[in-house]
Design a protein around this ligand. Structure first.
Ligand code: MG
Length: 416
């Protein structure tokens, strides 16, 4: 059966604003830190690549310092010409970071609508991941304004001018804030203009302007790898990390699941409730597609199978919603350093028809596994009346997952 891709008409346009006008002297050297070499490319080239080499972002606007035009043009040399057509002409920075961002927003104003999503990102954070960009977009769509945060692990104290401690802060309620910070374009544009009008020009981050306007600022999980390169030590650490980064190996595994039809008025498939004149006989909700996916994911990391982690004999999984099984399998994969490249599912049944639910299924799996719907293959087939599926005694699903995993270290006992 030929099935169409889900509509993306409800997805807002996404623009990225890269803030690259800082002078960055603490990192040493005679050029601003965003133009310093890190591995094979400049820091800025790598940051731009993170936003240009993804189809999550429609347009990238950069804001540079007037004095850096030549450095900037040199940095573009590391980028394939085909990626450059989504990069707008640079805007120029102001006296403060806030004015620099404002200049970038103004440049975007001619091509953006209020409902667009804008990701505002520091050029000195080249390790921003695709996953982080995706989470930023999702958070802005849901909340209008959101910043990535990390728990503070060091104890934080307030000191006076003499360097004497005056207070120990309760770190449980403290968070360190990163970028990309994500906003509806109209919201952050208005917040910037209002702050500037009130004579406020030196906010250290854009989320702060949303707070200042009395609006809700949501958070989403930051990433420890997404460091801001500030000092010479940061560069040394980043170089070391790049040199010792493990090679990623591709792994593929399959999963298979069957449930028999029984009494009932609906079935669960790919996390979606489908009305049907039968149900399935199962301890959990009997979602064959998610169960097959779980087994495939456990397969790539050599981590048993769904029955090991969620034994049918255990009453706590009675009637359980299978989305938690898939979330658990994905978390195990992440704990192994794995990245999902692709999930592929085939559902085998005579009835119900899958077509009407296909887009919802893709969206649900993408949400649980934190991937894009276009990273999921989803097909359905009948078995031409043959066998148990043909006789409509039950339904089956096959899944194949493709992931990248860090190469195990030499001498490691890791069974991977
Ligand atoms: Mg099952």
């Amino acid at each position: 059966m030929t099935q169409q891709h889900p509509s993306t008409a409800d997805q807002p346009r996404v623009v990225a604003l890269i803030v690259a006008a800082g002078r960055g002297v603490r990192a040493g050297g005679d050029i601003p830190k965003q133009y310093r070499q890190l591995g094979n490319f400049s820091v800025l080239t790598q940051t731009l690549l993170a936003f240009l080499q993804t189809d999550l972002v429609d347009l990238v606007q950069i804001v540079i310092h007037h004095d850096d035009l030549q450095l900037y043009q040199h940095a573009l040399g590391g980028i394939e010409p085909s990626s450059l057509n989504r990069l707008a002409k640079p805007a120029y920075g102001g006296a403060t970071r806030m004015q620099t961002v404002n200049n970038g927003l103004e440049a975007l104003g001619t091509v953006s609508s209020a409902s667009d999503i804008v990701l505002i990102h520091d050029a000195a954070r080249p390790f921003v991941s695709q996953n982080m960009i995706m989470q930023a977009i999702a958070a802005a769509i849901q909340h209008g304004a959101a910043v990535p945060v990390l728990p503070v692990t060091d104890t934080v104290k307030r000191v006076n001018e003499a360097g004497h401690v005056t207070e120990t802060l309760d770190r449980s309620s403290l968070r360190a804030v990163q970028t990309p910070q994500a906003f509806r374009f109209g919201l952050i544009r208005a917040a910037h203009l209002a702050a500037a009008k009130a004579g406020h020009h030196d906010a250290s981050d854009d989320g702060g302007l949303i707070e200042r306007a009395g609006l809700m600022l949501a958070t989403f999980p930051g990433d420890h790898a997404n460091i801001k390169l500030t000092t010479i030590e940061d560069f040394v650490m980043a170089e070391t990390r790049m040199a010792t980064a493990p090679m990623m190996l591709t792994r593929v595994a399959t999963g298979y699941d069957v449930h028999a039809f029984g009494e009932g008025d609906h079935i669960w498939l790919c996390g979606v409730n489908i009305p049907h004149d039968q149900g399935v006989i199962a301890h959990s909700d009997g979602d064959v597609a998610l169960h097959a996916l779980c087994d495939a994911i456990f397969g790539v990391i050599g981590d048993g199978d769904i029955g090991v982690h969620f034994p049918p004999s255990d009453p706590q999984w009675g009637g359980a919603s299978s989305d938690q099984f898939l979330a658990f399998a994905c978390a195990r994969l992440t704990a192994h350093g794995g990245i999902v490249d692709h999930l592929d599912i085939s559902i085998v049944c005579e009835k119900p028809r899958i077509g009407p639910y296909r887009a919802a299924m893709l969206a649900r799996i993408a949400q649980i596994a934190a991937i894009r719907p276009d990273q999921i293959g989803l097909k359905a087939t009948t078995s031409e009346g043959l066998g148990f599926t043909g006789r409509s005694e039950g339904l089956a699903a096959l899944a194949t997952v493709t992931v990248r995993l860090p190469e195990p270290k030499k001498g490691s006992s890791d069974a991977r």
